[in-house]
Design a protein. Structure first.
Length: 175
């Protein structure tokens, strides 16, 4: 009996599947109002009525006034030496200080006993600078650091990207 029921169900199902009354949508495309490729190319190649003007370069901005303000240099003062870009500062000791405007941190070198004319270098912010700041904030004494890093130069000023920072212990500071 189950075999008969199964055959009847299959016969009804196949009959319903074959008796669809709706037609699939036709694939006829509506008429195109777009220009042909040749006509479009001709329109693009046809010279236009107006001519294009070339862009004019912007004038140079005025040079900053170096005779007054923070960029002023005292008359007769010596020019600060600049370390060549790409050079490395290797195991130099000094202190972390803020720049005069308070916006950046600088590394002031200890006097080396030879030239004593090493200007401070601005520290490029990175995790090593953050470690130095944390060490200074967590200490109640004036810390000295031994640093290594690559020097860059910008507008007559040196910057250093620190690669190694070590706090100089008290024992070594006394000698």
């Amino acid at each position: 009996m189950t075999r008969i029921n199964f055959c009847i169900a299959m016969f009804v199902f196949c009959g319903l599947a074959g008796a669809q009354t709706t037609q699939p949508a036709s694939s006829a495309q509506p008429p195109s109002t777009q220009p042909s490729a040749g006509r479009l190319l001709d329109e693009m190649l046809k010279p236009s009525g107006t001519t294009a003007r070339p862009l004019q370069p912007l004038p140079d901005p005025p040079a900053p006034d170096r005779t007054s303000g923070g960029a002023a240099v005292a008359p007769g003062s010596e020019q600060m030496p600049v370390i060549r870009e790409g050079s490395f500062i290797v195991d130099r000791t000094g202190r972390l200080t803020k720049s005069p405007d308070g916006q950046q941190f600088e590394f002031n070198f200890e006097a080396d006993g030879r030239t004593m004319k090493d200007p401070p270098v601005v520290i490029i912010p990175n995790l090593k600078l953050m470690a130095m700041e944390n060490a200074v904030n967590g200490s109640n004494r004036d810390l000295k650091f031994r640093v290594t890093g690559m020097v860059t130069e910008y507008k007559g000023r040196n910057y250093v990207l620190l690669e190694k920072v070590v706090v100089v212990p008290d024992v070594m500071q006394k000698f």
